[in-house]
Design a protein around this ligand. Sequence first.
Ligand code: ATP
Length: 139
Amino acid sequence: AERTLVLVKPDGVRRGLSGEILRRVEAKGYTLRAVRLMDATPELLAAHYAEHEGKPFYQPLVDFMLSGPVLAVVAEGNNVIAGFRSLAGATDPTVAAPGTIRGDLGRDWGLKVVQNLVHGSDSTESAAREIGLWFPELV
Ligand code: ATP
């Protein structure tokens, strides 16, 4: 079945929302294949966010992702890549629809980087690449 990489970002872990976010993933019917609370590293984030290098929010994003532990998750299920992005909602929590993780739980902190609780892979290619980065032992 299809797999995706989900990250509960440091704001989600810090706010005690890891369980609520995993609950929503499981309630949707996806299977958790791997879950690990970990500290990201600059090297891991440089690879994960390579497409954003040079953008104005890049360094704030990396600093934010290093600000505390991240819960890395591999979720599996039919259409889980698009399905999780639908569960997550729009990037900006102030416009994300109610019923979504970011819409229900995300806040506008008025910072240089959007602290939007979660990451989800956006394609089969990025899912494979990102699962390889965060869970090298699975590939
Ligand atoms: P989505 O694809 O749903 O927008 P994403 O997490 O994949 O979510 P990306 O465009 O890949 O979003 O950006 C990665 C992350 O960088 C975002 O989740 C957010 O935390 C941050 N970010 C993106 N765009 C901005 C921006 N314009 N200003 C500040 N932070 C941003």
